[in-house]
Ligand binder design. Structure first.
Ligand code: FES
Length: 572
């Protein structure tokens, strides 16, 4: 082990060293600051307002024990937390703020290594973005999913169950009372959403990137094995510092290949695309939308989890977890990137059987071939849009229909059930003004509920197009992340009711079939480019002025890249 970063604070016999040691001592032993014991910050997103992460203080205690056992000094560091269901207008508006605040605190404090505790959707991405921009050794403990939800004898997934049952209420096939009574059956324990939503996906991404102890992702939050793994992670964090293994040593280009393979094989959330692009941007790795399509195209869908399938995260864990999934597609993985343990991910794939082929399909019998995220381009999305074919209806993957346009989610809610809305099952619902700048914050609104009169015909899916995101717990034939967004000069702003839209997923195109000369004559509705995309002060002003488009990860332009861990000047 070379000199510790924290020794710049605690070392020396001058006045500053005195001050740093004196204020921190408070019961620590004499050797806590002798330059030999790594100071490990536990970046903790526990918060009573982030219900999915409430239990992380308990996880942190186990991490602390592990750090102590290995000779380090554990330090709890509460960081900005984001709860997906409560934070308005959308937690995504605050992901970059959380990452920026975390980054600065990681750098500003005498920290040698980091254990990153996340769970709810944006927390693991923000932690990884921040740690990547600082570059000191780091390891993730995902907080883990909740127990399975069960309602009327059937699995009820977080989010997915809400979307399904609320549609049943709108279609008149479920009473409001029964719907309202289902919430206790859905959320039964600590932990994050138990579907293959964004939180589960990002835990899996962290493991596939090499940033967790292999095998940890998906451990249910109430499972004692999570605490065991947390303790082991505390020990590992000390070892990482001693061996000088940084996040840049672990996450390389090949790690993203492995993450994209895992994303496709598990049927992970489309939100992983913006988060992985943003993490890559912090590390200076040239990851593009096309990498998702190219790498994912070879990968079969093996995991039968809601929202696209039947089961939940607890079932996946019991069926063998991510390592059993990756063992099936081992040949598609890059064997070179190491994990936080120093060994490649592929070294952990021997003897990893599938215990339940209903949950993890064997490679020979995949649920879907070529299950990756498809990247669409065309005049409607010159820089790209994405669709998750595994969550879409096969008969809609090639579709031509007339647009019905909504300029905001409020506009949609006001008109969707209007009996005079000229909508048919073949219509294409367009929702715009929901991109990073336009909303602002790129909310998860793209999985528009279907108009009531369509539901009453028994139709459960239509083509929908949006410059926003879709909840990872949602499903349907939804084209997302249209770039550039309407508020940033995208063609989406020019679409009018009745315009023909052509979706061709096999050929990767999305087209507004209106002559160029006609489009050149049109101007976007002023509210789309001016009304929403303005803010007088504060974070929203900074965000709107600097946020990038979804095709590069929706990070702020001045946060892309890294600044390292050096801090030249003293505080007193
Ligand atoms: Fe927190 Fe779904 S709401 S993970």
């Amino acid at each position: 082990m070379t000199g510790l970063r924290s020794d710049e604070w605690y070392g020396g016999d001058d006045r500053d060293g005195y001050i740093h040691r004196a204020w921190m001592r408070r019961g620590f032993p004499d050797d806590a600051f002798d330059g030999r014991r790594p100071q490990i910050a536990i970046a903790n997103t526990a918060s009573d307002l982030t219900p999915c992460n409430m239990h992380l203080d308990e996880v942190a205690r186990s991490v602390k024990e592990g750090v102590y056992e290995a000779g380090g000094i554990p330090l709890n560091l509460p960081v900005v937390s984001l709860g997906e269901t409560l934070v308005r207008p959308t937690a995504m508006l605050w992901r970059n703020m959380a990452a920026m605040a975390m980054e600065e605190m990681f750098r500003a404090n005498p920290i040698d290594g980091l254990v990153l505790l996340g769970g709810c959707d944006k927390t693991i991405p923000a932690l990884l973005m921040a740690a990547a921009s600082v570059g000191i050794p780091a390891v993730v403990v995902p907080g883990g999913p909740m127990m399975n939800g069960m309602f009327r004898g059937k699995r009820m997934g977080c989010g997915t169950g809400v979307w399904q049952l609320s549609e049943e209420v709108r279609a008149g096939t479920l009473s409001k009372e029964a719907f309202l009574a289902s919430d206790r059956s859905m959320i039964r324990s600590k932990g994050h959403c138990n579907t293959m939503g964004t939180a589960s996906t990002m835990a899996i991404m962290a493991e596939a990137l090499g940033m967790t102890i292999p095998g940890v992702a998906g451990t249910p939050a109430p499972d004692a094995r999570l605490l065991e793994a947390s303790q082991a992670t505390g020990r590992l964090a000390v070892q990482l510092v001693k061996e000088g293994r940084t996040i840049a040593d672990v996450i390389t280009r090949g790690s993203f290949t492995n993450a994209i393979v895992a994303l496709a094989a598990c049927g992970g959330s489309t939100n992983a695309v913006v988060h992985l692009l943003a993490i890559a941007g912090r590390l200076g790795i040239d990851l593009t939308l096309d990498d998702f399509d190219r790498i994912g195209a070879e990968v079969p869908l093996l995991v039968n989890l809601q929202p696209a399938g039947e089961y939940l995260m607890e079932d996946l864990f019991n069926a063998g977890g991510l390592l059993a999934v990756l063992a099936e597609v081992r040949d598609l993985l890059d064997p070179t990137p190491i994990t936080v343990t120093g060994l490649p991910l592929t070294d952990y794939l021997d003897d990893k059987p599938i215990w339940n082929p209903e949950v993890i399909a064997p490679r020979a019998e995949p649920l879907i071939e070529g299950a990756g995220i498809a990247v669409l381009r065309g005049n409607l999305a010159p820089r790209g849009a994405i669709i998750k074919p595994a969550a879409a209806s096969p008969h809609l993957l090639r579709h031509r229909g007339e647009a019905i346009v909504f300029d905001s989610i409020e506009d949609f809610h006001a008109r969707v059930d209007d009996p005079d809305l000229p909508v048919t099952p073949d219509s294409v619902l367009i929702l715009r003004g929901c991109g990073p700048r336009g909303y602002p914050g790129m909310p998860e609104v793209a999985n528009l509920p279907l108009p009531q009169k369509i539901l009453k015909e028994g139709v459960r899916d239509m083509v929908r197009i949006c410059d926003g995101r879709m909840s990872g717990t949602a499903y349907g034939t939804v084209v997302l992340h249209v770039s550039p967004e309407a508020a940033a000069g995208g063609t989406l702003a020019l679409v009018q009711d009745g315009d023909p839209i052509v979706l061709d997923v096999p050929n990767r195109t999305i087209t507004l079939d209106v002559p160029e000369e006609e489009l050149a004559r049109r101007t976007p509705p002023p509210a789309l480019v001016e009304g929403f995309a303005s803010a007088e002060r504060g974070w929203q002003k900074l965000y709107i002025e600097h946020v990038q488009q979804a095709d590069t990860g929706a990070d702020l332009d001045f946060l892309v890249g890294a600044s390292g861990s050096a801090v030249a000047r003293e505080s007193h």
